[in-house]
Design a protein around this ligand. Structure first.
Ligand code: IPE
Ligand code: IPE
Ligand code: MG
Ligand code: MG
Ligand code: MG
Length: 287
């Protein structure tokens, strides 16, 4: 995992505009939002899905960067005063605290655009696969995916949700991009439809599990460990797993989702080992 994180970091460093290129403030903010922190789970899922299909080549680097650029953009916007209003991210001041709101908004916009630009231009991948990747990523980011989930999150502040509505919100705001990460890796790996459906069962469970763990960490984690302000969800009356079903039931749901993810991988055998490790990691991570 460590070597793949280093590979993703090196690829991100290569694709981001240099800090001394104009407009320098925007480029510095983009680099700040992406580099120097982050678990890189989404790039790891791209590499792991490729690996499960016997592909480890450099053609996985562009999709790995694309999903992390989208993720970094989503965090910059998620932290804005109009959204979660957070001042700590990855143990550092959030992008808008460091660069101002206008630059942070533009940095998010530009990171999102860069993700699509990268995928579209990746000539190591055939044109038909590239179009499928662009379609998949666009759907995952949009109103039926991450942005839609964020809208549901904001609309539900201060109210309570049924468990199914909560799971739907989480599946959109966090799950969609995690699913897209697995899909992109699988597409580059030359997946057939059956394998893609198998991987999607895995990815759906991991995507939801990841946000359940995030909600639990907001309650149980310490600010200096999670790198963001602990207890923020309750302070802002966010609909979360612990607030709606309690901590014990949240932990039980997390175990159930992890089992679902691991079971889904059985037909893929040993090459899916890294995917299995990532499912366990998403559920047990300390930050
Ligand atoms: C945090 O994501 C936001 C969620 C979608 C829960 P991560 O926990 O993956 O954040 P980084 O990239 O490691 O900082
Ligand atoms: C963030 O969920 C989801 C996205 C960024 C799309 P949270 O609001 O729970 O993430 P954190 O806790 O601020 O990282
Ligand atoms: Mg949020
Ligand atoms: Mg937030
Ligand atoms: Mg959170």
């Amino acid at each position: 995992m460590r070597s793949l994180i280093e590979r993703a970091d090196a690829a991100l460093e290569r694709v981001l505009p240099p800090a001394d290129l104009a407009p320098t403030e925007l480029h510095r903010a983009m680099r700040y939002a992406v580099l120097g922190g982050g678990k890189r789970l989404r790039p790891l899922l791209v590499y792991a899905a490729g690996q499960a299909l016997g592909c480890e080549g450099p053609q996985l680097d562009a999709p790995a960067c694309a999903v992390e650029l989208i993720h970094a953009y989503s965090l910059v916007h998620d932290d804005l005063p109009a959204m979660d209003d957070d001042d700590l991210r990855r143990g550092r001041p959030t992008c808008h605290v460091a660069f101002g709101e206008a630059t942070a908004i533009l940095a998010g916009d530009a990171l999102q655009a860069l993700a699509f630009e990268l995928l579209a231009a990746e000539e190591k991948v055939g044109a038909a696969t590239r179009v499928r990747m662009l379609h998949q990523l666009g759907t995952a980011c949009g109103s039926a995916g991450m942005a839609g989930g964020q809208a549901l999150d904001l609309a539900a502040v201060g109210s309570t949700l049924e468990l199914t509505a909560l799971e739907h919100m989480h599946a959109c705001k966090t799950g969609a991009l995690i699913r897209a990460s697995v899909h992109l890796g699988a597409l580059v790996g030359g997946t057939d439809d059956d394998t893609l459906a198998t991987l999607d069962r895995y990815a759906h469970a991991v995507g939801l599990a990841f946000q359940v763990r995030d909600d639990i960490l907001d309650v149980e984690g310490a600010t200096d460990v999670i790198g963001k302000t602990a207890g923020k969800d309750a302070a802002q009356s966010k609909p979360t797993f612990p607030s709606i079903i309690g901590l014990d039931a949240s932990r039980a749901r997390l175990d159930e989702l992890t089992t679902q993810a691991l079971d889904a991988l059985v037909p893929l055998g040993a090459p899916a080992r890294l995917l299995a490790d990532l499912a366990r990691y998403a559920a047990t991570r300390a930050h």
